[in-house]
Design a protein around this ligand. Structure first.
Ligand code: ADP
Ligand code: ZN
Length: 725
């Protein structure tokens, strides 16, 4: 297929719009275009930016076809990225333009990178009154050649106002220069001496780089040095002059990861996540496209960056459910990372201490290779995990810490090490009930209880952002002072620990108390420097971190994730408990983990306490296989939603009538979704269950085409659903 287009030729341009396929345009006189070029083209009365996708068709009459306006001065999107857009669109059953919008997420980055303002000695430097601060600035500006204001202020040890004053007085003159490219990571620096297992794994990853597509699972116990090992793969890709993408869940909280990268390679990698400013996003996007940024570490959307010379993709904590994007284009970044690697013919490494069942089945069936790190680095031992049977050892009334956990906590604090109490629930209490009439406080927009946040002094809905003060009277029976908090969240555990151990220095770590990378980095620093004794946290602290002084992990409610009948409830609970347990005892001191549970005999608890992951996965795989559930069968969900309940029901019924007529496909539902009301919309679910070999995306696409629905009804397609809410 032709990739280069001469004047007069027709081209297909994909626009980053949710409703569009490609649009045809003509290349005007004096211009040429190539597939992947980013172009401006007229769309109605406005100018749209899109990407040349291939040759145009003859569907538009010659007199109606319009000319492309210009080709933007930015490197073209690579063929593998364009194929990824088409692939993701087809697989997820979303329009290609909606996927392209994730690629062209920073329109400003199409403009060439800006210049920075610099300072140089001015004319008037002798004629002004010289304070010591001013004198230091004038000396520094001679030393640093054309520094920026910030560099100059730092060198001279003055505030910005001193520099402004000197510019106004004419003693400094401003100029402009292009922003310097970021420093390249020093891949030639030697890494740490590796253990024999680590060396073997690192060697395998190094050999994979440059050798085309391979998928490798790096399966190592917590604390085995997986990060150090894949850093060797990164060093090899850099040596070959290629770019590296690292996907990390909750990247905004990855302070320790950044620090370790800096220690290994001398510079910071480029981050990509939603907490960046627009200017930062613009710079990273442009430099990824230009090829001057060599390592990007990001959340799932980094998958769609326009790498110029991608050489390696790493997915750390590959089992993490947050790789699934649930809004807009619904996709799993872990799975699509494997697709991108295949399309770009580069290796991908999936890293975890608790690989997902999907991934393990791919290993077993020979699609992925696997390297194992069976031991912790440096002689540290895996912690002993014990279940505390809450039926035999219940906490006293109004308390959440059982006697064995209290004892362990007392001993830990007496011994001067740290404890992490884990409860995957934000706020103070998950439910507020009226003692007089039994009324429960509910979100007006969602099928969800309101969660009390005592620190913020309010009730909150965790689904839609609704919040309200705690009422003084029950809204149902009007009884005064009758509302009581039921059950614990992390804030309530903190209150209890504070009451029992008034001397202990403690912090609560949840997504609403760690409001960004800076707050997370500060908490990590306080833990590392022993400024804290007890940390009470949700899953934001469960994974990845390495805190040498942490010797006790207490799981407040080990059963929390097991209710609800979610397909992956057991697998996820196992992963989460195993990961959080893995925070304990990572240095010399032995670690201990106590898991409070009402069902110590449950297979998940048995697997966590015996640390027998493989047997657990075997049993889990057997039961999924028997039920024809993923990864042995395929699922797709349709969520039909509307503000009007009747319209939602009517649309759901229409889908039931047009369900695919194929013996390899079954449809369940429609049924009200567990979150039957979300942000004011009524939701109905249909679940499609198919054989592993069935073309689920194709079936869903035909199903959508065959089912007209009212305009106000929204249909969300979720291929391989993770959330069953
Ligand atoms: P994992 O990611 O497998 O949980 P990490 O990569 O976080 O393990 O390693 C645990 C700790 O051991 C880290 O502090 C890391 O720097 C250290 N470590 C691992 N391997 C080595 C090594 N070969 N030399 C020195 N330190 C190491
Ligand atoms: Zn709500």
């Amino acid at each position: 297929m032709a990739d280069h287009f001469a004047p007069g030729e027709r081209i297909a341009v994909l626009l980053p719009l949710p409703l569009a396929g490609t649009y045809d345009y003509r290349v005007p006189d004096g211009m040429t275009a190539a597939a992947g070029d980013i172009v401006e083209a007229p769309l109605g009365s406005r100018v749209a930016t899109g990407v040349v996708w291939g040759p145009g068709a003859d569907s538009v009459a010659e007199m109606r076809i319009r000319d492309v306006i210009r080709v933007r001065d930015v490197p073209p999107l690579s063929g593998d990225l364009r194929r990824l857009v088409d692939w993701v669109a087809r697989y997820t059953v979303h329009p290609p333009g909606a996927v392209l919008r994730m690629v062209l997420s920073v329109p400003e980055a199409l403009d060439p990178e800006g210049h920075v303002t610099t300072l140089a000695p001015g004319e008037e430097s002798t004629a002004i009154r010289l304070t010591p601060a001013r004198r230091r600035v004038l000396a520094a500006v001679e030393r640093l050649r054309e520094p920026t204001a910030r560099e100059l202020a730092a060198e001279a040890g003055v505030g910005p106002s001193v520099i402004d004053g000197l510019v106004r007085a004419g003693a400094l003159r401003t100029g402009r220069r292009p922003a310097p490219p970021p420093p390249t990571p020093a891949w030639c620096r030697p890494g740490p001496a590796l253990s024999p297992d680590q060396s073997a794994a690192a060697e395998l990853l190094r050999r994979a780089v440059g050798g085309g597509f391979t998928a490798t699972v790096l399966d190592g116990v917590t604390g085995s040095g997986k990060t150090e090992v894949y850093f060797e793969g990164i060093a090899e890709a850099l040596r070959q002059g290629r770019q590296v993408l690292v996907l990390l869940p909750e990247i905004a909280l990855g302070a320790q990861w950044f620090q370790r990268f800096r220690e290994r390679f001398g510079v910071a990698p480029s981050p990509w996540h939603s907490d960046l400013t627009r200017a930062q996003r613009r710079r990273v996007w442009r430099r990824v496209a230009d090829g001057t940024v060599s390592v990007v570490v990001g959340a799932r959307s980094a998958l769609f960056l326009p790498f110029r010379a991608l050489g390696l993709i790493i997915v750390d904590e590959e089992h993490d459910p947050s790789f699934k994007q649930e809004e807009g284009v619904v996709y799993n970044a872990r799975d699509m990372a494997v697709v991108r690697a295949r399309l770009a013919a580069v290796p991908v490494v999936l890293v975890s201490a608790t690989p997902s069942l999907e991934t393990m089945v791919n290993v077993r069936q020979g699609r992925y290779r696997c390297v194992r790190l069976p031991e912790r680095y440096g002689g540290a031992r895996l912690p002993a995990v014990t279940a505390v049977d809450l039926r035999a050892d219940p906490p006293p009334r109004g308390s959440w810490l059982s006697p064995p956990l209290m004892e362990a906590l007392t001993a830990t604090l007496a011994g001067g090490t740290q404890a992490l109490l884990f409860l995957n629930r934000r706020g103070y209490a998950p439910l507020t009930v009226c003692r007089a009439c039994g009324h429960r406080l509910r979100c007006p927009n969602c099928t969800a209880w309101l969660v009390e946040h005592r620190a913020a002094v309010r009730l909150q809905c965790h689904h839609c952002g609704y919040h309200a003060p705690v009422p003084s009277h029950c809204p149902a029976c009007n009884a005064a002072d009758s509302l009581v908090a039921c059950g614990p969240g992390v804030e309530r555990i903190a209150t209890e620990v504070r009451a029992r151990f008034p001397e202990a220095r403690l912090a609560v770590a949840a997504s609403d108390t760690l409001t960004g990378p800076a707050a997370a980095a500060e908490l990590v620093r306080r833990i590392e420097q022993r400024e804290l004794d007890v940390i009470i946290g949700t899953q934001v602290l469960a994974k990845g971190y390495h805190f040498p002084l942490l010797t006790l992990v207490g799981v407040i409610d080990g059963d929390l994730g097991l209710s609800g009948g979610d397909l992956r409830a057991s697998e996820r609970t196992f992963q989460l408990l195993h990961q959080v347990a893995g925070r304990a005892g990572r240095a010399k001191g032995a670690g201990r983990v106590l898991v409070q549970t009402h069902m110590p005999e449950h297979p998940v608890m048995a697997a966590v306490t015996a640390a027998d992951r493989d047997r657990f996965l075997e049993a889990e795989a057997a039961s999924r296989q028997e039920a024809g559930m993923p990864p042995f069968g395929r699922l797709a969900a349709l969520i039909v939603s509307c503000r009007d309940e009747g319209a939602a029901d009517a649309a759901a019924a229409a889908f039931a009538r047009t369900a695919p007529d194929d013996p390899r496909v079954r449809v369940l539902g429609p049924a009200p979704a567990p979150l039957a009301l979300l942000r004011g919309r009524h939701r109905r679910r249909l679940l499609l269950i198919a054989d592993r070999g069935a073309d689920v995306s194709g079936a869903v696409r035909s199903w959508l085409t065959a089912t007209p629905v009212a305009r106000e009804v929204r249909i969300q397609v979720d291929i391989d659903p993770y959330s069953f809410l």
